[in-house]
Design a protein around this ligand. Structure first.
Ligand code: CA
Length: 235
């Protein structure tokens, strides 16, 4: 399946130029016209790649990069009219993967998109197909449905395991309440956001070393939960 891409650009003409090209290549495209919309769409669409303009009406693109980098490692390609070397350095230092100066060639942008996605799938591949997940002191053997914390096996209820499975398979990404509820319960009961909180609390009690300072499972208030990647070389 082709990747989901979020285009953040306040200039309508440039936005539709990029969108048309991406759609032609079969990508799914989401839009944002300013920084606030970009953050919101980033959380709800969970795009595999971002194309980001720096000069936005409400926020500087460099700040958006920094915000995104708090919870996603997916590639960010900057497309900006700012061609100065210090602008590029600021964007790359904040966490952008690539930088294209306007006016740009659509063909070149598409090539950079392909390159960034290729690199990402290469980076992610050992973890995605693996049957054992390691993150800090946590180890999950998916084949055996068993979970270890600092080499001690811990016992989870089926619901806790499902929740942990989902968060670990999406390590580094914020999962919205709604997404988790649909994946785990496949239902829309109004009470389930509350039950989700209860299951999270019991899961944390079992896998976090200090419950008062959860390192592994972060809460994003009003949005959802995320498992933090504590090390990069999980096998
Ligand atoms: Ca702009």
């Amino acid at each position: 399946m082709k990747a989901n891409i979020l285009v953040v650009e306040d200039d309508g003409a440039v936005r539709s130029l990029i969108t048309t090209a991406l759609t032609m290549f079969g990508y799914k495209v989401g839009h944002a016209r300013d920084g606030a919309e970009a953050i919101m769409e980033a959380v709800s669409l969970q795009p595999e790649l971002f194309i980001l303009d720096l000069g936005l009406p409400d926020m500087d693109g460099v700040d958006i990069i920094a915000r995104l980098r708090m919870w996603t490692n997916n590639p960010i390609i900057v497309v900006s009219a700012r061609g100065e070397i210090h602008d590029k350095i600021a964007a790359l230092d904040a966490g952008a993967d690539d930088y294209l100066t306007k006016p740009f060639s659509v063909e070149e942008l598409m090539a950079r998109v392909r390159a960034a996605l290729r690199k990402m799938s290469y980076d992610n591949s050992p973890q995605k197909g693996a049957n054992v997940f390691v993150n800090g002191g946590l180890r999950i053997d998916y084949a055996a449905n068993s979970v270890f914390v600092d080499n001690m096996e811990i016992h989870l209820t089926p619901m806790e395991y499902k929740l942990l499975y989902l968060l670990s398979r999406n390590v580094g990404k914020v999962l919205t309440h709604r997404y988790i509820l649909q994946e785990i319960w496949a239902s829309d009961f109004e009470s389930t956001t509350q039950s989700l909180r209860v299951f999270m609390a019991s899961l944390r009690k079992k896998i976090e070393k200090k419950r008062s300072e959860p390192l592994l499972l972060k809460t994003h208030l009003g949005i959802g939960y995320r498992m933090v990647r504590l090390q990069d070389d999980g096998v």
